[in-house]
Design a protein around this ligand. Structure first.
Ligand code: 5GP
Length: 194
């Protein structure tokens, strides 16, 4: 990457159960390029272990709407038909860029499609598992969701899979180290050509 060029945007999506959170955390510690994870805003209530400003910016629906009207979001969407909104603040992408780092967005398919429109050159990665059964096993193993939520997430997973081919890269996450290796190779080659 030359000094005048900006680092890119990395978008990672994948249904619940695709192992996304583990991939995000590992990538942040062993990434081949400088990456900063953009903290999303959401109207969902925080879970006990979550920290405001670090896991998410937890906003009231009114504040979220106000910021949306003020065009503070790069993208935002109601996710998983949950009634809760999630969005990437433009200020978060700016924060990464000001540190000369890639902006790392872990967002759903609707959000990713919007980012692709705004930034066609973004590196977009869709994570999948070898079969739908593996999603279900992983979702159930977490043991944190009710049956109703699990069913909704499986339905969303089926929906999201339809969009996998819109992403520049689709990776079957059956082995963590290999997945991380593949993403790192992509990032290195993108950085070389940018
Ligand atoms: P959770 O509520 O389990 O933390 O996240 C639920 C879903 O919201 C995940 O699939 C995640 O990808 C998505 N998500 C998190 N942040 C954003 C965001 O800023 N924008 C969009 N569009 N989706 C997000």
């Amino acid at each position: 990457m030359s000094e005048t060029q900006q680092p890119g945007i990395l978008v990672l999506s994948g249904p619940a159960g695709s192992g996304k959170t583990t991939v995000v955390n590992r990538l942040l510690s062993v990434s081949a390029v400088k990456l900063i994870k953009c903290v999303s805003a959401t109207t969902r209530p925080s879970r006990p272990e979550e920290v405001d400003g670090s896991d998410y910016y937890f906003l009231s629906p009114e504040e979220f709407e106000q910021r949306r009207e003020q065009e503070e979001f790069l993208e935002c969407a109601e996710v998983h038909k949950s009634g809760y909104w999630y969005g990437t603040l433009k200020s978060e992408v700016k924060r990464a860029r000001s540190e000369n780092a890639w902006a790392f967005l872990e967002i759903d398919v609707q959000g990713a499609l919007n980012v692709m429109q705004a930034y066609p050159q973004a590196v977009t990665v869709f994570l999948t598992t070898p079969t739908q059964d593996v999603y279900e096993q992983r979702l159930r193993k977490r043991g944190t969701e009710t049956e109703d939520v699990i069913q909704r997430r499986l339905e969303t997973a089926r929906e999201e899979l339809k969009y996998a081919d819109r992403y520049r890269f689709c990776i079957v996450n059956d082995e963590l180290d290999r997945t991380i290796g593949e993403i790192n190779d992509i990032l290195k080659s993108e950085e070389d050509v940018s």
